[in-house]
Design a protein around this ligand. Sequence first.
Ligand code: PLP
Length: 394
Amino acid sequence: MNLNQQYLTLTENYLFSTINHKVAQYQQKHADTKIIRLGIGDVTKPLAPAIIEALHEAVAEQGQESQFHGYGPEQGYDFLRQAIQEHYQKNYSVALAIDEIFVSDGAKSDLGNVLDLFSVDNVVLIPDPVYPVYVDTNKMAGRSIVYLTGNRENHFLPMPDHNMTADIIYLCSPNNPTGAVYNREQLKAWVDFARQKEAIILFDSAYEAFIDDPALPRSIFEIEGSKECAIEFCSLSKTAGFTGTRCGYTIVPKALIRNEQSLNQWWLRRQTTKFNGVSYIVQKGAAAVFTPQGQQQIKADIAYYQENARLITNCLDELSIYYTGGIQSPYIWLECPVAMDSWAFFDYLLTKAQIVGTPGAGFGQSGERYFRLSAFGKRDDIMEAIARLKKIWQ
Ligand code: PLP
């Protein structure tokens, strides 16, 4: 019996446990102080009424013999896949076949599971800083990773270099943690690069709902040629508050062919073998997201977070602090003051202003001098945090 030795290459994920430990220690010594948490990227608003109503109805159906649903299709019920298909057509002018849409329990699972389709000897390009799951899932499989450095010079939007070898390319737009968003020309350059290298882009659009500038692409399939080289991972977690309810969807185009094999068929084969599908009840709730009423309600919640982000970025503008994100994204990525790395700044903010954020080092080496604030908090907390920031900075 041999274990997968690649697990030994993983660095222990101490990020949030270290944060929690430091916050608990501080709170113990300062029991009366209110600590404002702008660290974790979880939503704070409850599910919208249209979703709750649909969930209730589905629960009732499951209690009636004539309407009961047992094992469902692993790739999702047609009522939800159709709603997603219409959403792509209406909002992105992207035509999808229903069997290009795979319903999942969220983007994280599919981003990890998709690696089942690829050989371990592929060269993987991963932006740095970025959502750490891409790095860890590839390390678990023993793939070699080439990092694409994001920095102030490239506005945290690394671009392809034609001298690079690439088989699998991760793109995350809007990016977690930097909030940076690729424009059409930039995504087109990535699509052209991927096609030239016969690479596959794994496009994570978990935060697409925060883009409200029509000039910016919300789906990679808005870019010509992308169906021959990309898979898109979408999530209702941040779009509709499904972090605890769990539902997402992945688009694998039928035009995506490598070594004469259809990736769409391979993904279907993988999912029907290893995935049980999302529960009928949750899929009913998810379908309500795409109704006119559901869209209106989730957009109001997103607008609330966007206003939070705007208030934070206004404050940073006033204080002349460099940042990215916050405009088409729930994350604000700010530069730490000179001579402070991201953990030193974490300690500084906690002790001087009792604000908790996330040190950039937790998202890769290029995050060492940066810090992430999340706009998913409550308005009063955001206002209080802004007042405290102004006090310590001025
Ligand atoms: N992708 C990115 C960039 C994320 O930041 C997150 C969650 O924070 C996810 C995917 C995970 O999404 P889900 O909740 O759908 O698994």
